[in-house]
Write a protein that binds this ligand. Sequence first.
Ligand code: PMP
Length: 305
Amino acid sequence: MNGEYVPLEDAKVGIMTHALHYGTAAFEGIRGNWNEDDGKMYMFKLREHYERMLTGCKLLWIDLPYTVDDLCEITKEVVERSGFRQDLYIRPVAYKSEEKVANLNLRSLADGFFCLAIPFGNYIDSDGAISCTVASWRRIDDTMVPPRFKLSGLYLNSILAKTDAIAMGFDEAIMLNMDGHVCEGTGENIFFVSGNTISTPTLESNVLPGITRQTVIDLARDELGMDVEQRPIDRSELYTADEIFLTGTAAHIQGIGSVDYRQVSTGAIGAVTRKLQDLYFPIVRGQNPKYMNTLTVAAPKVAAP
Ligand code: PMP
């Protein structure tokens, strides 16, 4: 935190901190995937995560004293010092640290940075296909707060949609954008399968440019020989697709079994979704030699208990 490695209980911010009041932070959600066979932690596409975070920093006038390489090194060090030997969630946050209230001019405010790592299992509490509903909350538009950056304040939009979906008994919400097209889940991108074609909303649809999204696009094309389309997707396609799945660092590749009580095909995880999962999981855990160059490796420095 701000240049030092400290125990969690010593990593504190004051109640005047700007980011706490206004959500003025750019952050990332990264997984540490523990490989029991070789006793190492694998972080998938770590550079891409920090490149995305730094674009968010630019928008928010956050000027960190670190390069992408520095941030990758810091993250590796945090994971190694933590000593965890299980799957992790890694959360770096670049934030407006100035302890000053009632000031909305970003450029007059000091910046801070921390990165924490905690044990983490499934993001959505289900190993099977999940139930979704279309949220009544629309995805924020690029002209409001740009959703293509991972900015803290933006997540109020996702949080309202997710909270309502859970309250209604669904696992996840699917958000439409302001023009009524399908946008994404609250913390995941969305994909549709019809025959040999995979479709996902374009980056201009107000989706987050997901790292898993790009990975799935590449895997579907290169490994499964499928056609991949990025196009505006109508709401009605949620009720007609052969398969629908969500992608995200936290959610991995998550099959959808129903939308608004209407079953997607058989209601189980679809064949293409399953194939993509079977490709994806070994890659992010360091078990596919072809993709080792997409991984940053960390080995715990603290002796196993
Ligand atoms: N959309 C939103 C709104 C998200 O929060 C996330 C999670 N970062 C994603 C999509 C998926 O992005 P990624 O694959 O990079 O984790």
